[in-house]
Design a protein around this ligand. Sequence first.
Ligand code: NAD
Length: 258
Amino acid sequence: MLKICVVGLSGRMGHSLFDCCQGLEGLKIVSGVAKNDTPMPVGFNGDVVENVNALKEAPDIFIDFSRPDCSLTVLDYAKAHNCRVVLGTTGFDEDGKSKIVSTSHSVPIVFAANFSVGVNVSLALIKRTAAIMQDADLEIYEAHHRYKVDAPSGTALAMGEAAAEARGVNLKDVMVEGRHGITGVRKYGTIGFSSVRGGDVVGEHKAMFLSDGERVVIEHVATSRATFARGALRAAEWLSQKKPGLYTMNEVLGLDKL
Ligand code: NAD
């Protein structure tokens, strides 16, 4: 039995993970880390702490959908207590990303901006399309619910990174965000981002490859958070057999072998 601690258990993703875990054999949520801000899932009676260092028992694996400051303390704990980490939190700065990489030298980690199977298939398609349609203008659009605190979404950035990698450039050098006023004509090779926030939108992403005379649009629409939760649980099972390292959903789903 794989003992799981959900970091962010009282959050939207925490609730979804709890629901999706019900009835699964071989996986059990035994503890949670969360602020005392929103209610815990009904029926959960395990250990819940606000600071990971207060856990009564170290889990086999953390599934973390919280905030970067909280996730960084979880990485330290995982390293000290030999736990694995499925990391879904978004919005890390460069220092945070470096810490994830350095921790993965001693801890097996799956880190993904989006755990949905469909999004990861979309990422693979974007990578191929960007390489083949080298000259097409790429614009990435995303929409999320009114409570999302970071923009562009981690998934939109992952889409941009996949395309930039396929074109042999660094996303930071070609990224254009939030156009406003007299912007001038579009600069060749840039990747544009636009974000919409409102209502209860679970997550929509569109990568538009715009050429003269045609366009290719790769679109993904999530209709339920369960898609992310099921992907994270699949990653947790997969990770239980792995050595230390930083893995992506590409590897979990075998997309890297296609
Ligand atoms: P939410 O606001 O509903 O929940 C956040 C949870 O984290 C809450 O339980 C809160 O108590 C806890 N938390 C926050 N700061 C904390 C701290 N300092 N100490 C302890 N607990 C803390 O958010 P959500 O919609 O569930 O999303 C959580 C994160 O997951 C976000 O970064 C979001 O972008 C990301 N997300 C990723 C995916 C993916 O597939 N990778 C999918 C959905 C959401």
